[in-house]
Design a protein around this ligand. Structure first.
Ligand code: F6P
Length: 363
């Protein structure tokens, strides 16, 4: 009997369960494979007692359209930075990766599928270098992983953000207001750009292209004639003015490594007021609504394709690689390439040209 362990790491994302189900279904076609799931990323393996569940056809029944992950996740700590509290109540971090690999040997795990974003795949690569038979599956609403045409969850986030723009347009028009919609994406502007094009926004501000507040003000003023008019701005949480920084919130959660972004919309409204913009403005921060709930059909299909391919890579012993969608194929790319640089928006990106062609100001 061969054993495969699945872990879901980092922020959750629509489609995680569809990947898990696909792996289990494909594995069930082989006579000698058993699939297990580690609860809360690799914490389940490292916990005492271990928290690992058996994943069979019964367990994954009907989960392909459920949001979240049935094996839970975490975006804090991990095998290389496990938080421990000392006697004085101070937290420090220890490397438990060797211990984890030994535990996996004792558990007779032959292969690991790690479903996660850039942080999780960095961990996958380090574990691979230590000898673990690991395969990555690219997850994130941010779509900031390179080496794949798309990550799963991204299109669902685009859909949710677009529906938010649609809704804000009607209330903005009724009140002759400007609405500023803040969307997720960390350092990548993909969700903002997609929602701006699909929803017909007037301004789209992304982290990769710091904005000039006077250019934004001018674009918005053009949408008003004698105090009548409205506009919608889609702003990435990581957007910043030229020469400025990203808006970062305080965060005292132990083991949380990333800056907690937030406040870009509020800051933009403040800057517009300071610059003399006179019309009414409101902000909407979409937040985790972009990550919760059911995956759209596109993401369910992409997740299923990733899951089947990941298992087939395990079967073939193709480790140290991440499943990648390179239309129309699903291929295996080395994890080290997948994490070598993030997938960020460039000035000559086709979607940037589309935004400009539509007259959407990027500040
Ligand atoms: O990486 C996914 C993401 O949703 C980002 O877009 C966002 O900045 C972050 O995670 C939020 O993380 P948390 O769930 O820890 O608040």
């Amino acid at each position: 009997m061969k054993r495969l362990l699945i872990a879901t790491g980092g922020g959750d994302c629509p489609g995680l369960n569809a990947v898990i189900r696909a792996v289990v279904h494909r594995a069930s076609q082989e006579p000698d494979w058993e699939v297990l799931g580690s609860i809360q990323a690799f914490n389940g393996v490292l916990s005492e007692p271990t928290e690992v569940v058996r994943l069979d056809i019964e367990k994954v029944k009907g989960i392909h359209f459920q949001g979240g992950t049935i094996i839970e996740t975490t975006n804090k700590g991990g095998p290389f930075a496990w938080p421990v509290k000392d006697k004085d109540g101070k937290w420090s971090y220890v490397d438990r990766s060797d211990e984890m690999i030994r535990k996996l040997q004792v558990m007779q795990i032959d292969a690991v599928i790690s479903i996660g974003g850039d942080g999780s795949q960095q961990i996958s690569e380090l574990l691979y270098r230590k000898g673990l038979n690991i395969i990555g599956v690219p997850k994130t609403i941010d779509n900031d992983l390179s080496s794949t045409d798309s990550t799963f969850g991204f299109q669902t986030a685009n859909q949710i953000a677009t529906e938010a723009v649609d809704k804000l347009v009607t209330t903005a028009a009724s009140h002759n207001r400007v609405f500023v919609l803040e969307v997720m994406g960390r350092e990548a502007g993909w969700i903002a750009m997609n929602a701006a094009v699909a929803g017909g926004a007037d301004v789209c501000l992304i982290p990769e292209m710091p904005y000039n507040i006077n250019v934004v003000k001018e674009a918005l003023e053009k949408r008003f004639v004698r105090d009548r008019g409205f506009a919608v701005v889609v702003i990435s949480e990581g957007a910043r003015p030229k020469g400025g920084h990203m808006s970062v919130q305080e965060n005292d959660e132990v083991g949380y490594a990333n800056p907690k972004l937030g406040g870009a919309a509020r800051r933009l409204i403040h800057e517009l007021k300071e610059a003399g913009f006179k019309h009414d403005m409101r902000e909407t921060v979409l937040g985790h609504l972009q990550r919760g709930g059911v995956p759209i059909a596109y993401d369910r299909v992409l997740s299923a394709q990733f899951g089947v391919k990941a298992f087939e890579m395990a079967l073939a012993g193709d480790f140290g690689k991440m499943v990648s969608y390179q239309h129309p194929k699903f291929v295996a790319v080395p994890l080290k390439d997948a994490i070598s640089k993030p997938n960020l928006v460039t000035h000559n990106n086709a979607l940037v040209k589309t935004l400009k062609g539509l007259g959407i100001s990027m500040g």
